[in-house]
Design a protein around this ligand. Structure first.
Ligand code: 5GP
Ligand code: MN
Length: 339
């Protein structure tokens, strides 16, 4: 964050504001962790603040302090709308394009109050007056830590804030293994542990939450995996029928895409998940090394993200999406030969 932006934020929050904090649709650990950490901090600063999520999120993220104060734009629409209309300041976290918040785009884009963006995705759009955008950052949670530090309050971090931030750093770095994890990321995590984040418990609450249905669904996903050795690629498909048969719940497929990358020699992994209700195939891409799944998702699947983790969607059938995906790979044969 540059000096002017820090001064501007200091000025804004030195006066009482009505603040709304927003993560992206289908919020993940970094989205919920960063918005709740910032919410705790803004409350500590004496501000009136509300986190509003565009839609629901997995149960394994619902243990964080402040979770019961979150408004769901789909389920608590009237209340959420009136908070948005009354807002004097908006923070948007872990996304950089208003198209990423679904139905919430409409009321938010009508506002004339200042927007602050804190985000680590590529190619930010320009809706925010104050932009803290850094694609080198491991997570938005690491950026919220920096934000609090810039405002001179790193010592005031509470165990609640620390746990929320630790959660997002842990989930967005694949437990500190992705290449976005820097020595600074570890220093921030260390400080969060000193401030009361219980790392072992957090890991347990987020990752040790399998149901029999989810494990069996993982079995189906792994059985469905197609391995294309020539392209160092592996992909998984899951149909709506397969999800239903295993009593699919939001978040159940989280992390499945990573199994492709655990195969020796595989550097590009994808998962295609049918969503009959939305009429789309939701896609996740992962890579190791230089192959940019962000560019791939942007170019072919209306998506984006980071170099090694991105997502997108497609509107034809599951089978056709997989066939289309396979047909694209030859164009990338040289790039996929690397690493
Ligand atoms: P995931 O595969 O875990 O859903 O998402 C991986 C990364 O890609 C996340 O950083 C996420 O924000 C981003 N991402 C996922 N889906 C989309 C999408 O449809 N559009 C864009 N622009 N980014 C996405
Ligand atoms: Mn993130």
């Amino acid at each position: 964050m540059n000096f002017e932006d820090i001064q501007a934020i200091k000025k804004l929050i030195s006066e009482p504001q009505k603040i709304v904090v927003v993560p992206h649709k289908n919020p993940d650990g970094d989205a919920i962790g960063s918005t709740l950490a910032l919410w705790h901090y803004l409350k500590f600063r004496g501000q009136e603040a509300t986190v509003i999520v565009p839609n629901d999120y997995p149960k394994f993220l619902k243990w964080m302090a402040g979770n019961d104060q979150i408004l769901n734009f789909e389920k608590e629409n009237a209340q959420a709308k009136s908070k948005i209309e009354a807002a004097t300041l908006i923070f948007t976290l872990d996304f950089n394009h208003l198209g990423r918040i679904g139905q919430m785009e409409e009321p938010l884009s009508k506002l004339t109050v200042p927007f602050v963006m804190i985000d680590h995705h590529q190619e930010p759009s320009d809706y925010a007056e104050i932009m803290y955008s850094d694609v080198m950052m491991s997570s938005t949670c690491e950026m919220v830590y920096n934000f609090i530090e810039y405002l001179g309050d790193a010592d005031a971090i509470t165990p609640e804030m620390a746990s929320c931030m630790y959660t997002g750093i842990m989930t967005d770095t694949g437990s500190f293994k992705f290449s976005s994890t820097t020595s600074k990321t570890h220093r921030v995590a260390a400080h969060l542990i000193e401030k009361g984040a219980e790392s072992t418990k957090i890991h347990h609450r987020v990752f040790d939450t399998n149901t029999p249905g989810r494990l069996h669904l993982l079995g189906t996903a792994l059985n469905n995996m197609v391995i294309l050795e020539d392209y160092k690629t592996a992909y998984i498909t899951l149909s709506q029928e397969e999800l239903d048969a295993h009593k699919y719940q939001k978040g159940d497929t989280e992390g499945f895409v990573n199994y492709g990358l655990t195969l020796e020699g595989i550097i590009f992994a994808a998962i295609f998940i049918e969503n009959k209700e939305e009429g789309i195939i939701k896609i996740s891409f992962r890579s190791v090394g230089d192959f940019s799944v962000n560019e791939f998702a942007r170019k072919h699947f209306q998506g984006g993200g980071h170099n090694n983790a991105a997502g997108g969607k497609y509107e034809i059938s599951l089978k056709e999406t997989a066939t289309y995906f396979e047909s694209l790979l030859d164009e990338y044969k040289t790039e996929l030969a690397g690493f």
